[in-house]
Design a binder for this molecule. Structure first.
Ligand code: NSS
Length: 432
């Protein structure tokens, strides 16, 4: 059985068998104290004869049969296995990961480091985020679809595309499933997908990965407000359920969830123009491409720093609504009531965690969209099939994308987004 099952008053006095790995080891004259970690990351202390335990090393795999007893001194819940018989499966070689290790070493040895209790806890939180995300869509009548990840066209700008040789032509790794989801809504209605997205992000930041899990949704006949409502409900549902299901894991990584409990709809909607005014009134400076600093102004995109400034005191996420078209991709629909402004919104998580989702309405006029593509330096000829969607029964529609790792980073309070995925991909890391 698993360690978590054995640690129960029902089994006290009974002999049980638990399998796992030596998580910690203390050898004394007569007895050895093995903290055994099971295959779900729960631990139980096992007391075995020193002689039998002599060959054991950290991460050796073992099976212990012993009597469950209750002892308040036993770590992790006051239960232990006594007078254990020990069967050794594999005596591990000297383990390269000790108690205090550099972040770099932990990343180099990630295939082993994912056995640490912090990584296990975060992986479980992530699993719940995925589970409840999926559940929300299913319960609300959205249909799951799968889009290709090898594509011909850019969605989010050309600078972060990964190019690859696809037989005898060039192709790219997908940055977003959006264009494909847009094609699907004509016959499948509201759809969603969870696919890897790829971005050749050249800057090293604590919130960018080269490969991330992208939860995306698209629906016909919607308004911007419909999309924002879906986003705030989805995120609140995922968070409330995850903090309940994963209370133990979040406690283990010392995440105080008081603020997360407050994540309930509706989230504030702040117009982009007001966000810029607020930042200007606080004298916020931005660094330009040439390294010079100047005051932030209307037309600037929001950065990690400006997003932090906007959300540092907030408990709940906020939507920044109505970015200038110039800082958003070609597909964003222009607000008929405000020329130059997009019907688009980013959800910023509180306390500097920053952008978690981005979404809005899509331009449905073929003329406007072709013109915007040209402005962005894209060749409309390469988007033939996508433009067809504007030729054959175009309707008002919209959707959004949510970065799973961004959401997990916020929920787990992880310093670095690399901690939210077991095998992170960044500019400097494609191994292990
Ligand atoms: O570029 S986005 O802001 N928007 C899109 O890709 C849309 N085409 C999505 C859509 O409407 N279907 O990315 C969406 C989200 C963004 O808010 C982040 O949460 C996440 O995807 N994202 C990332 N996470 C981790 N690493 C990187 N590099 C990254 N880029 C975006």
């Amino acid at each position: 059985m698993r360690a978590s099952e054995a640690k129960s008053a029902d089994f006290v006095g009974k002999r049980v068998t638990v399998r796992g790995w030596v998580h910690r080891l203390r050898k004394q004259k007569e007895n050895a104290f093995v903290l055994l970690r099971d295959d779900r990351g729960a631990v139980i202390q096992c007391v075995v004869a020193a002689e039998a335990a002599a060959p054991l090393t950290i991460e050796s795999s073992v099976e212990v049969t012993g009597t469950v007893s209750q002892d308040p001194r036993a770590p992790e819940g006051g239960f232990e296995l006594k007078a254990g018989e020990l069967k050794i499966y594999n005596v591990a070689a000297e383990y390269p990961i000790g108690e205090y290790q550099s972040d770099e070493l932990l990343l180099d040895k990630r295939h082993l480091a994912l056995r640490t209790r912090r990584m296990i806890a975060i992986a479980k939180v992530r699993a719940s985020v995925l589970q409840y995300g999926r559940q929300w869509f299913v319960e609300n009548g959205w249909m799951e679809v799968t889009a290709p990840t090898i594509v011909k066209g850019a969605v989010e700008g050309g600078s972060t595309l990964f190019k690859l040789r696809y037989f005898d032509q060039d192709a790219y790794l997908s940055q977003s499933a959006q264009l494909y989801l847009e094609a699907m809504i004509f016959s499948l209605g509201p759809v969603w997908s969870l696919t890897p997205s790829f971005r050749a992000e050249k800057s090293r930041t604590v919130r960018h990965l080269a490969e991330f899990s992208h939860l995306e949704a698209e629906a016909p006949w919607v308004t911007l407000e419909d999309i924002l409502k879906a986003e705030e409900q989805l995120v609140s549902y995922v968070i409330q359920n995850t903090i309940k299901t994963r209370a133990e894991e979040l406690a283990l990584i010392k995440r105080d969830v008081t603020d997360l409990k407050k994540v309930e709809p509706p989230f504030d909607r702040i117009p982009y123009s007001r966000a810029i005014e607020t930042l200007r009134s606080r004298g916020l400076q931005v660094t330009q491409d040439d390294g010079e600093k100047r005051e932030i102004q209307f037309g600037d995109d929001l950065s990690i720093d400006t997003e932090r400034e906007l959300t540092k005191d907030a408990d709940r996420p906020v939507f920044v609504v109505g970015y200038p078209l110039a800082v958003k991709p070609f597909y964003v629909k222009e607000d008929p009531a405000a020329p130059g402004i997009g019907l688009t919104a980013d959800m910023l998580a509180p306390r500097g965690f920053g952008e978690v989702t981005s979404g809005g309405l899509r331009e449905d006029s073929i003329d406007s969209i072709t013109e915007r593509m040209k402005k962005e330096g894209l060749n409309p000829g390469a988007y033939g099939w996508y433009l067809d969607l504007r030729r054959y029964g175009s309707v008002p529609h919209g959707g959004f994308g949510l970065g799973i790792e961004r959401l997990v980073r916020w929920i787990t309070n992880a310093e670095d987004i690399k901690d939210t995925v077991l095998f992170p991909r960044t500019m400097s890391r494609v191994e292990p």
